[in-house]
Design a protein around this ligand. Structure first.
Ligand SMILES: Nc1ncnc2c1ncn2[C@@H]1O[C@H](COP(=O)(O)OP(=O)(O)OP(=O)(O)O)[C@@H](O)[C@H]1O
Ligand SMILES: [Mg+2]
Length: 252
């Protein structure tokens, strides 16, 4: 069991009459990138919300670095080293880019005081390529820059586990390629990543393993190769196998 950063065990989530997650179970080894894919409404963001303490699961439990975190709050998890980005970006519009990222450092794993938080924020802004925009208001950024800002704020918390929710959505092909390189560079730093994504060639290129959700159920888990050739995944999500293979190769 060593080096498992996250263990999700029999997790379900019910909203009223809707079963958004049903008995989801997986182990995530430290240092990997796990892709999380599936059709719209499959429960991907809900799974992030349950892992990240936004919602308590209706059943099941979650261990983070061996510790039961099932009923931990989001801010406690941030201190423990879990950070996430949001599918719908959430910049604090009237703060500067630098201040937005400093917040991540202040409320992250090391609870940094202001001078340190600024140092961390500038370092992370450099890393994600936003350094020259540090003093702009967050609301003045375009979509691609706001995605990078989300990522920078999460990284400033110095996480050991990073949850990325559709950081490629709305980006053009060259922005996608740039972001994929950034995600790989984050993994190189030793940060474990779960990445929700609909851009197939990118997620297949970057993931060590993938999990596929459909109507809240985990219908497959495996390497990119295994996933694109899995008949149930093709039926539920990828469509025609030839199209799936072409999607995968687009980037190569
Ligand atoms: N707070 C909530 N209250 C009620 N229903 C919810 C809530 N959050 C999510 N849902 C429902 O749970 C289901 C799963 O939603 P979720 O956002 O997790 O899907 P997703 O896989 O992230 O989809 P997408 O690819 O479109 O982002 C959907 O039917 C959604 O309407
Ligand atoms: Mg979602």
């Amino acid at each position: 069991m060593k080096d498992l950063i996250l263990q999700v065990q029999g997790v379900s989530k019910v909203f009223g009459g809707l079963q958004a997650l049903k008995d989801v179970t997986f182990d995530l080894p430290a240092g990997q990138i796990m892709g999380l894919i599936g059709p719209n409404g499959a429960g991907k963001t809900t799974l992030f919300n349950v892992i990240n303490g936004v919602y308590a699961p209706s059943a099941g439990r979650i261990l983070f670095r061996g510790e039961d975190i099932t009923h931990r709050r989001t801010y406690e998890l941030a201190h423990m080293g879990m950070a996430r980005t949001h599918q719908i970006v959430k910049p604090l519009n009237d703060l500067s880019v630098l201040e937005n990222v400093m917040l991540g450092a202040c409320y992250g794993q090391h609870n940094e005081a202001l001078p340190n938080a600024e140092k961390t924020a500038r370092e992370v802004l450099e890393f994600v390529g936003l350094a020259e925009r540090a003093d702009q208001l967050a609301k003045s950024l375009n979509v691609a820059q706001k995605k990078r800002l989300e990522m920078a704020r999460a990284l400033a918390a110095r996480p050991s586990l990073l949850l990325l929710d559709e950081v490629l959505a709305g980006l053009n092909p060259s922005e996608i390629a740039g972001m994929v390189e950034t995600v790989k560079a984050i993994r190189e730093q030793g940060i474990t990543i779960i990445m929700i994504e609909h851009v197939m060639h990118a997620i297949m290129n970057v993931s060590d393993r993938l999990i596929v959700l459909d109507y809240g159920q985990q219908i497959a888990e495996g390497t990119p190769e295994e996933i694109v050739n899995n008949p149930q995944v093709i039926e539920a999500y990828l469509g025609d196998p030839e199209i799936a293979n072409r999607l995968m190769q687009e980037e190569n």
